[in-house]
Design a protein around this ligand. Structure first.
Ligand SMILES: Nc1ncnc2c1ncn2[C@@H]1O[C@H](COP(=O)(O)OP(=O)(O)O)[C@@H](O)[C@H]1O
Ligand SMILES: [Mg+2]
Length: 151
């Protein structure tokens, strides 16, 4: 199921993240796709807030991974600078994704085709104007329980 949402400010994008995070379960994998400046990190910030984490959230562009401690760990990846798919395994990517303890948010998940499983929740952001973003949200079947309709 795909929903299309348009936001008119960073605050609106953050709020969208908060609303969705409140409805998704620990262990969910979230992919964030879109060009530089599209709002992936703004959305990640909202998701983290929705998970109960109110600290700093920044793109881990160089480190590839930030870990935040909320009600459960949040693994925030940014694959922008990833040179090849093998580097993913060096940072233990799939160990984090599938450890069953935390939730993963992956910016630039499209840099490595197939990096995320089909049951991921995927946001695709497009820049429509200075403050306008079109956000397409692809919900996996496991999220159909009303989440798609509530957005
Ligand atoms: N509707 C909007 N949603 C999200 N960000 C927006 C919006 N309008 C303007 N912005 C700005 O766009 C930038 C998005 O930056 P960021 O989230 O770091 O992008 P990315 O992580 O995709 O590279 C921020 O400076 C933010 O203030
Ligand atoms: Mg970013």
């Amino acid at each position: 199921m795909v929903r299309l949402v348009t936001t008119d400010s960073p605050a609106e994008t953050r709020e969208l993240g908060i609303r969705i995070a409140c409805r998704i379960e620990r262990g969910q994998i979230v992919g964030l796709v879109g060009p530089l400046g599209a709002g992936k990190t703004v959305l990640a910030k909202g998701l983290c807030e929705g998970f109960g984490y109110t600290g700093n959230v920044t793109s881990p562009s160089y480190s590839l991974l930030n870990i935040y401690e909320a009600q459960f760990p949040i693994y925030h990846f940014d694959l922008y600078r990833l040179e090849n798919a093998a580097d993913l395994e060096d940072i233990g990517f799939s160990d984090y994704l599938y450890n069953g303890r935390g939730t993963s948010i992956v910016e630039w998940s499209d840099r490595v085709p197939g990096a995320l499983p089909p049951e991921s929740l995927e946001f695709n952001l497009r820049i429509l104007g200075e403050n306008k973003r079109q956000i397409s949200i692809r919900f996996p079947e496991s999220c159909y329980g009303g989440l798609g309709q509530s957005i």
